[in-house]
Write a new protein. Structure first.
Ligand code: ZN
Length: 270
């Protein structure tokens, strides 16, 4: 199982940091690959954190990618198939620039209330559109609202993918305030933490240069979730970070499903 997961990861990941802990690359080798390649980060040795962005590609994703590029940092984007279809260039750019893409369903339904066929369709259609647009399949699933049940877990297992939740929120969708978002993330930041944010929240994108600078000042390396998982590679159907599914405050970090929380549509012009 572990081997299968590692192989799947290796095949679909750009050769940056995604599986560096499984198979560390030497620094000298990394230098040979040229200046555009980031030096691989070994999270066993340095302080890592994974910043994750749900519901995109959002209309501000381009600006967010500029910021990550400038700070030589990596993010993980849990994308909705419907927006990959409407903003393919953003999804493609995420992969080209070495970020990780995860599956966040096609239309963001409550999976616990959906039929098994619907769950499968939502996940498989998103796999397909991401592959079509970026050339790579997502290797992880984050269910909308962080909600799942044993059917979702079983389907994830069949699809060969772990379920990725988070253990630190930003409440960006609720506060829509740059300082509040910055301070909330710093409050929740911890080594090997997984932070939830949204690239459709304009204030999140605006505060990101300051936030990345603050985190870097504290010694953090911003890496993809798969880099964090590294040697501890999660098996298909397993939940990561370990124990996050038991966190009762977890769902309060995620938008409640109020349409206002999803202030974008495929037709919003970007
Ligand atoms: Zn979501």
């Amino acid at each position: 199982m572990l081997l299968a997961a590692s192989c799947a990861l290796a095949m679909v990941s750009v050769p940056t940091t995604a599986w560096s802990a499984d198979k560390p690359e030497t620094t000298s080798k990394a230098k040979e690959t040229g200046k555009a390649k980031p030096v691989p980060v070994d999270c066993a040795k340095v302080k890592c954190i994974a910043l994750t962005f749900d519901d995109g590609p959002g209309k501000y994703a381009d600006k967010l990618l500029d910021t990550f590029k400038k700070h030589k940092s990596k993010a993980t984007f849990f994308l909705e198939g419907q927006y990959v279809k409407s903003r393919p260039a953003f999804a493609k750019r995420m992969v080209t620039e070495g970020h990780e893409i995860g599956n966040h369903s096609y239309t963001h339904p409550h999976l616990r209330e959906a039929s098994e066929d619907k769950i499968r369709d939502e996940l498989i259609n998103t796999q397909d559109i991401v592959k079509k647009v970026t050339g790579k399949y997502p290797t992880t699933i984050r269910p909308p609202y962080g909600e799942f049940d044993e059917r979702v877990t079983a389907i994830a297992k069949q699809m060969g993918m772990p379920i990725i939740l988070w253990n630190g929120g930003s409440r960006d969708w609720a506060t829509r305030n740059e300082k509040a978002i910055h301070d909330e993330v710093l409050k929740n930041a911890k080594r090997d933490g997984v932070i939830l944010m949204h690239d459709w929240v304009e204030q999140t994108v605006k505060v990101m240069p300051k936030l990345l600078a603050s985190l870097q000042k504290q010694g953090y390396h911003m890496v993809s979730v798969s880099s964090l998982r590294g040697a501890k590679a999660t098996a298909p159907g397993d939940v990561y970070p370990v124990g996050s599914e038991k966190d009762e405050g977890l769902t309060s970090d995620s938008p409640t499903g109020d349409p206002d929380d999803f202030a974008q549509s495929p037709a919003d012009g970007s």
